[in-house]
Design a protein around this ligand. Structure first.
Ligand code: HEM
Length: 399
């Protein structure tokens, strides 16, 4: 069979950054999948892929689909980014391999094992407090304090002012989409917030045995420079908090929405890992990524020009019926092979085992301690462009 390259494109006026799309992206994903494998989104002059097969193909092919064009709508080949690009996420091989290896080294299995008791203690304290209260707003009272405590602790950060990390996260992930009034307002504090983050990436601020210290030790060993060490600590602080808060929040909401699945977890808290794994497929913080073509390429019969942006909808790939049986069903016993929620290929989340550990500990503690869980009011989404998450989740829980 010969593939005919064509410049005729499937064009859509769907706006993936509109509030309606982001409020409930799943029917829009289905619409996009029905349109075809590669769609041109005319509002932003970008391409879009939405099936598991093409999402995986693009993420696997770094020689054609680059990260150096930036992880958002802004095309770094054409426009200057707001901050110095990440030296891991926004670079291609060979630069990428060197910095990635350092983070892989500090996030090793023994390092994660050492973190686990601390995670368990914090999860137990927060869930006990939630049970004492009975009715809570779970995002701010339960979910958010968990990563916001255990993650900076693991990095070795001092305990004060950690909420600033959330503002920084907003700036990082907010830069993903078109700039809005909300984003301009947030960026008014950019200088102060960036200065705080910068100061907290310095070696002398970080504890002697955390992930930060491990990164600086790699610099001492000559694997990276000390300036690069600081930027790698910044990468952890950029990507490590909002992602897990939002993913745990959405996973918790899925459990409240599906009482049969929550009942399974209480019967067997060892299913906690399955809860988080399934939620990462079903409804999770990272719904979309970007790649930029390095040259003219052909993808599923579509010709794509050089330096063009492609929106890679991993959230849609997680619901593609060609890959998953009954994809819209939340099933914590599903055997997930080929998880796409952490991305794929050389940039696939470097900290995914740490994220999984946070999720597992949180939901295991929940399954062990909580007997009943229900909504106590409507939940609300937090519409930050680069991430999907909840602003509010009122729940009632008992022992
Ligand atoms: C449930 C939580 C998380 C989710 C869903 C998630 C998702 C992702 C995804 C989809 C990517 C791929 C980006 C791309 O290919 O363009 C990624 C990369 C990355 N993530 Fe995560 N992440 C999570 C937690 C974390 C945490 C806790 C950290 C820090 C400790 C982290 C650090 C990173 C870094 C540094 C990269 C860049 C890796 C590279 O370019 O090689 N992530 N993450």
């Amino acid at each position: 069979m010969t593939t005919v390259l064509t410049d005729r494109r499937i064009v859509s006026d769907i706006d993936p950054f509109s509030p309606e799309f982001r409020a409930d992206p799943f029917p829009h994903y289905a619409q996009l999948r029905d349109l075809g494998p590669v769609v041109w989104l005319e509002k932003y002059d970008i391409w879009c892929v939405q099936h598991y097969a093409q999402v995986k193909a693009v993420l696997s092919d770094w020689e054609n689909f680059s990260n150096a064009g930036g992880g958002g709508l802004t095309n770094y080949f054409k426009t200057k980014p707001w901050r110095r690009p990440s030296i891991i996420l926004d670079v291609d091989p060979p630069e990428h391999g060197r910095t990635r290896k350092v983070l892989m080294g500090v996030l090793s299995a023994p390092a994660l094992k050492a973190m686990k008791p601390g995670f368990e203690a914090v999860a137990a304290r927060l869930i006990d407090a939630a049970l004492d209260a009975g009715t809570i707003e779970a995002v701010n009272d339960l979910v958010l304090p968990f990563p916001l405590t255990v993650f900076p602790d693991a990095v070795g950060m001092p305990p004060l002012d950690r909420h600033i990390m959330l503002k920084y996260g907003g700036m990082v992930f907010g830069a993903f989409g078109p700039t809005t009034d909300w984003y301009h307002e947030l960026m008014r504090d950019a200088e102060t917030v960036s200065a705080w983050i910068d100061a907290h990436c310095e070696r002398d601020v970080l504890g002697a045995d955390g992930l930060g210290a491990g990164i600086y030790a790699a610099a001492d060993a000559g694997d990276i420079t000390h300036e690069e060490a600081k930027l790698l600590v910044r990468s952890l602080l950029s990507a490590g908090v909002d992602t897990t808060i939002d993913s745990i929040g959405l996973a918790l909401r899925a459990l409240v929405d599906f009482p049969d699945q929550f009942a399974l977890l209480t019967e067997d808290p060892a299913l906690a890992r399955g809860v988080f794994e399934e939620a990462t497929r079903y409804d999770s913080s990272s719904q979309s990524l970007f790649r930029t073509t390095l040259r003219e390429v052909e993808l599923a019969g579509q010709r794509i020009g050089k330096h063009e942006k492609i929106l890679v909808l991993i959230g849609s790939a997680g619901r593609d019926p060609a890959k998953w049986e009954e994809p819209d069903r939340f099933d914590i016993r599903r055997k997930i092979v080929g998880q796409i929620g952490y991305g794929w290929g050389i940039h696939g989340c470097v900290a995914q085992m740490m994220a999984r550990l946070e999720g597992e500990v949180f939901f295991r503690t929940l399954g062990e301690k909580v007997g009943s869980l229900e909504h106590a009011g409507p939940s609300e989404l937090r519409l930050v462009p680069g991430l999907r998450g909840l602003a509010r989740l009122p729940i009632a829980l008992t022992r």
